[in-house]
Design a protein. Structure first.
Length: 154
């Protein structure tokens, strides 16, 4: 995991861009149906994001993911306080998406990303974004690491 400082335009600096293999071109992004994910809610596992929790309580940290040619970026927004981190693709060992149906009929979803050195990163998926998150992680660079699970709560 590497902390990322974006420039004033919200873009990677040249050395980070090279580290993560560069960006996909327009046609590549079009064929992939985009390189960004819908928002998820950050729960735990990233100390750099946890520091935002120390500044104010009862706020939600939203995260979206961005694919690079050899990287996977996480952008966190907590009430307009922004942080970004990145992983090279080989640093991600497993991605699990859980669809849960509780006994009372309510539905929830969790996302867990296992990394080699940094442990388990946990997120809640907004149920309206479940199918789009599933589609995002089925893209070629992440597909071999992705598993989906369903639990009926019975």
């Amino acid at each position: 995991m590497k902390k990322i400082i974006l420039n004033n335009k919200g873009e990677l600096i040249a050395s980070d861009l090279a580290y993560y293999g560069g960006k996909y071109g327009f046609l590549e992004r079009f064929k992939m149906d985009g390189i960004g994910s819908p928002k998820v809610i950050y729960e735990s596992g990233i100390p750099y994001f946890d520091e935002l929790n120390e500044l104010a309580e009862n706020e939600i940290s939203f995260v979206n993911f961005e694919l690079m040619k050899n990287g996977f970026l996480f952008h966190c927004n907590r009430n307009q306080r922004l942080r970004s981190i990145g992983f090279q693709i080989h640093e991600i060992s497993k991605i699990n998406l859980w669809g849960l149906v509780e006994e009372n009929g309510s539905v929830s979803s969790e996302l867990q990303i296992q990394t080699g050195n940094d442990g388990l990163l946990c997120f809640s998926v907004i149920i309206q974004n479940f199918s789009r998150i599933k589609t995002f992680f089925k893209k070629k660079p992440l597909l071999e690491k992705f598993e989906e699970h369903y639990n009926s709560g019975e």
